[in-house]
Design a protein around this ligand. Structure first.
Ligand code: PMV
Length: 317
């Protein structure tokens, strides 16, 4: 028996970094997915297969340092072990991960992999509600990063658009047909490092940073009404304002600036998505400016078109 589940990646439309200090952010699930396929093994092993490498963990000896020290594998091992224990199952599990999304570029691939794996493994025993899968996914992510906010797993589980703050998430009821062009700077970024850099900036500029948080709150509020009104011109100009703020806190790079400069020539607006210091930019387009924006960005980056994914977590067999 095979159990298959998939979950989408995400972009941050507004509010990255400032969300760490209590403002709201707006997240959007994209139509690029991670698929997890699970099946029982007769041997008491957990086996993970993915493009990032394969690994095997022996449940009886429980000693495979290579596996345990491999951060990428930890959440999947956690999910599989917990499920076997909970259901008193004496076999092993093999999990195969397939991805439409490159890892480590701020598009939420690790959270999507955790959501898809939690659902696919649960499906071997009994299906679970989305809320239960979400909490298992966040729990598994915490084996790697204790302070994870849960935002990425939440948007991946429920799909669509969502506002997120430390107080929790709220679904945005919009069926907008937004198209984004995502362009990769091909600069590797480390979210934790960039977040620490912003913390240093804040320490040195407490007053300015507090003002910026206020501005971000207002920006997110305006963005929520622009989404409601489907006003792409307004949404695009708010994205540019948000980008200016990200530049002020020094999370942009020359390459990201160059991509944005190119994107805004033809699109409604563009900004970094995620931590910055590398990773990707997003550019807001519709039918009228999609192909020329894509053509221009293609000359200087790896880029693709993404639409909103409204499904979130999906099961299939
Ligand atoms: O780079 P990403 O997609 O993991 O986004 C990080 C978002 C931050 O606001 C910078 C950090 C956070 O935990 O919210």
């Amino acid at each position: 028996m095979r159990s298959v589940a998939s979950a989408p990646g995400k972009v941050i439309l507004f509010g990255e970094h400032f969300v760490v200090y209590g403002t709201k952010a707006i997240l959007c699930a994209i139509d690029k997915r991670i698929t997890a396929t699970s099946q029982f093994l007769d041997e008491r092993k957990i086996r993970i297969k993915s493009k990032l490498g394969d690994a095997e963990f022996d449940l009886d000896t429980s000693t495979n340092p290579e596996f345990i020290s491999n951060k990428f594998m930890k959440p999947f091992l956690h999910i599989a072990k917990e499920a076997l224990q909970e259901f008193n199952e004496n076999r092993g599990i093999e999990i195969t991960l397939e991805s439409d999304i490159l890892a480590g570029i701020g598009l939420g691939s690790s959270s999507a992999a955790c959501v898809a794996t939690a659902a696919s493994v649960a499906g071997l025993f009994s299906k679970r509600s989305k809320e239960e899968i979400l909490s298992r996914s966040i729990e598994s992510e915490r084996t790697v990063f204790e302070d994870v906010s849960g935002a990425d797993s939440s948007i991946s589980t429920f799909g669509g658009l969502m506002s997120y703050s430390k107080d929790g998430y709220e679904k945005i009821n919009s069926k907008n047909d937004i198209s984004l062009i995502i362009a990769n700077s091909n600069q590797i970024h480390n979210t934790k490092e960039v977040v620490l850099k912003v913390r240093e900036f804040k320490k040195k500029n407490e007053r300015l940073f507090a003002e910026m948080c206020e501005q971000e709150n207002k920006l997110v509020k305006d963005a929520l009404s622009a989404i409601k009104e489907n006003d792409l011109n307004k949404l695009g100009s708010l994205m540019l304002k948000n980008q200016e703020m990200l530049e002020k806190i020094n999370v942009s790079t020359d390459k990201l600036d160059l991509l944005i400069k190119e994107a805004v020539k033809t699109s409604y607006g563009a900004k970094i998505t995620g931590a910055g210091g590398g990773g990707c930019i997003i550019s807001l387009v519709d039918k009228s400016n999609l192909s020329n924006t894509l053509e221009n960005l293609k000359k200087i980056s790896d880029c693709f078109v993404a639409k909103i994914d409204f499904d979130g977590l999906r099961y299939s067999r």
